[in-house]
Design a protein around this ligand. Structure first.
Ligand SMILES: *Cc1c(COP(=O)(O)O)cnc(C)c1O
Length: 396
């Protein structure tokens, strides 16, 4: 008989595992909240929302909502089948064409979510004979896609284009692909896309950019981080966008060459084997795209808010990350410290999310503050005053 402490723990002791997760301050829970950006309510209490990805405040824009309502009345609640069966509607087709025109890409393919798009693209393009490089801080869906496709995957240090170039130049592989977030979701900084594009060009690799947080926010006409760097379809053959962030809607897409999109239609299992999204979502995204193209004043106001927040936070002695985007994290270190800071802000009527491992590396738990074009300067000042009361600054 083995001694008690050598006996294997019950593999189905889920309650014990959950208790351990809570003990380490890593427990996550869903809370019911009504409203959106900039205001929402939790159990009747109003909170200013500084954690949504609705960077332009389009989710509640009357034109976006009305477009969805009209499509719902016309087409019904569901598409009834996958795109390749009978689910592909004029509204989907029009959205694909308008996105391709906006981004200057040959073609666009819609996916139901960004998570599914990343899994589908990597699995369609790569296999065991291939090399996949990823930034260490890439979104979970890219990492999961890398695991699923079976390619040899290596993760280079954050933003380190020189290391990526060395790895791209070594080894025997059929295809090489480098995948990176355009704007890093938990840090807010930009990938060095110009250097990464040069490294890929030098080794015959493809560059894939997931621009979930750059599209709508950066670049001319809000065309994102790739346009900010002035990179073409040849330099960035795979461009992935989501419609649930600055578009204020839901869904995702891939933009690229005719041959890429046809390959995804034939091979991307997360496109083939799933129901097409309701047209109300596509109609909302089309209305949002029109606003993104035609109303640069939203991006300009957002930049004013970002500068105001950063100047205020600096004068409080807060340690900001080098981010020029609406994602402005304050790294606090321990998970408990981040949770306590978020709770203290909630007590002052401000909703900011505490981001903990494994979403971010251990020891870098943080408040992830996000700004939106529908915030006012006075609301940013309220956030700064509340942060001042927490005494997180180096001076305190
Ligand atoms: C949010 C996000 C996704 C996932 O998109 P969904 O449409 O929400 O599934 C993918 N990549 C990045 C970088 C993201 O931030």
């Amino acid at each position: 008989m083995p001694a008690a402490d050598e006996r294997a723990a019950d593999p189905w002791d889920l309650t014990g595992e959950l208790r351990e997760q809570a003990r380490r301050q890593l427990y996550r829970r869903t809370r019911v909240r009504e409203g959106g950006t900039p205001r929402l309510r939790e159990r009747g209490r109003e909170l200013l929302n500084f954690c949504a990805n609705d960077y332009l405040g389009l989710s509640e824009d009357p034109r976006v909502v009305e477009a969805a309502r009209a499509a719902l009345a016309r087409d019904g609640a569901g598409s009834g089948a996958a795109h390749l069966v009978s689910g592909h509607r004029p509204e989907h087709q029009a959205l694909e064409e308008e996105l391709a025109d906006w981004l200057g890409r040959e073609r666009v393919l819609l996916f139901s979510t960004g998570y599914m798009a990343n899994l589908g693209v990597l699995d369609a393009l790569l296999g065991r004979a291939d090399l996949l490089l990823q930034d260490r801080l890439n979104h979970a869906s890219l990492l999961d896609g890398g695991r699923l496709c079976g390619a040899r995957m290596r993760r280079y240090p954050h933003g380190d284009a020189a290391q990526a170039a060395r790895w791209l130049a070594s080894g025997e592989h059929r295809r090489r692909l480098l995948a990176t977030d355009g704007v890093f979701s938990m840090d807010g900084d930009l990938a060095p896309l110009d250097a990464l594009a040069a490294a890929c060009a030098a080794s015959g690799a493809w560059l894939m950019v997931d621009d979930a947080h750059g599209l709508g926010v950066l670049g001319p006409q809000g065309r994102g981080s790739v346009a900010h760097f002035g990179l073409s379809q040849t330099q960035v053959p795979v461009l992935l966008g989501t419609l649930g962030k600055a578009f204020g809607s839901f869904g995702a897409f891939v933009a690229g060459s005719e041959a890429l999109i046809e390959t995804l239609v034939q091979r991307a299992r997360t496109f083939i084997y799933t129901t097409a999204a309701p047209t109300a979502q596509a109609a909302a995204s089309r209305a949002a795209l029109r606003i993104i193209r035609e109303e640069p004043e939203r991006r300009e106001h957002l930049q004013v808010l970002i500068r105001r927040f950063r100047a205020g936070a600096e004068s409080l002695g807060l340690a900001l990350l080098p981010s020029a985007t609406p994602i402005q994290p304050l790294v606090l270190g321990g998970a408990g410290a981040a949770l306590r800071a978020a709770e203290a802000l909630a007590a002052q009527g401000l909703l900011v999310s505490a981001i903990r491992p494994p979403t971010v590396p251990a020891g870098t738990a943080r408040l992830r503050i996000t700004l939106s074009a529908v915030h006012s300067e006075a609301q940013v000042d309220r956030l700064l005053e509340a942060l001042a009361r927490l005494r997180l600054g180096q001076a305190s």
